[in-house]
Design a protein around this ligand. Sequence first.
Ligand SMILES: [Zn+2]
Ligand SMILES: [Zn+2]
Length: 347
Amino acid sequence: MKGLVFTKLNEVKLQEVEKPAIINDTDALVRVTLTSICGSDVHLVQGHLPTTPEYVLGHEYVGVIEKVGSAVKAVKVGQRVAGPAAPYCGQCANCKAGHIEHCMYGGVHGSGPEFGNLPGTHCEYVRVPFADNVLLPIPDDVSDEQALFVGDILSTGFFGAEKGNIKVGDTVVVFGAGPVGLAAIHSARLFSPEKIIAIGYKNTFRLEVSKKLGATHTILSSKEDVLERINELTNGQGADVAIDAAGTESNLQQAVRCVGIGGRVSLVALYGKSASLPLNEICMKNIKIEMGLGYLGHMERLLRMIQTGKIDLSPIITHRMPLSDVEKAFDIFQNRKENVIKVAIKP
Ligand SMILES: [Zn+2]
Ligand SMILES: [Zn+2]
């Protein structure tokens, strides 16, 4: 079969790779019907995350079960399923303590030996461990595109909104209108805030999309004074919640500065390096900061919310391409060409 292989730093190639097989009796083999390039794929390829190529990339996918191991009982051959980017066993000490994102036997699909050495999804078939535990049947009235993000960026964006502890009538500021920021905006509105302010740097298209997904106001930080505008929009009170999905030091500092007394700051970005924080301000304003690896345990609920029409992230798919064009797709996504937000790849 064909797969997008991360061959060496800053290089990916569509190559002939071995079709995976069932290894453990709790595995399922899934025929990938859609897979999407994620910001983490780019972080790996550019060397921002510890990694040892070469391997097939990809961890955001939906598919159809082709084969199951002898111990798999809950899911069946032929079912359309969504799976998490990071499968987990559900049995180890960390899983039992609720930290499934730190499963001792799990890992992240398509992210190399440093992340559990699990097969990637930018190909035709993927082996999914702990299938009973992690694969969710997709309801007939939910499309592949609607379900595509539930196991990664939707869960991450929702985690960011939930950790912000948004209350009815709050003002929420979301820094970054990339895929995770947009997922956070879309999730934030489930908590009934009054305002959701999306902050983008200079991409007006992404801010337009943010309005379709729930943002009530947008600010272009390359043209406007972010803190001044937030101050105006909150009558000098500051925001109640800030979510940073942008991952730069300046955004992080603005996220802390834009909230008022008792503000909550939720960080869902990957920061490539250390950053300084205005600790006095955090203390004086009793600001609470939350961060951590995104939680994938809400997938089932999120899928139900998709089915009942309360969540639909599919408008962020700007490009649809066959697997044969995946190298081009990676270039478009990595270099943010053609107003790309997300690319759905069809093997
Ligand atoms: Zn991802
Ligand atoms: Zn575990």
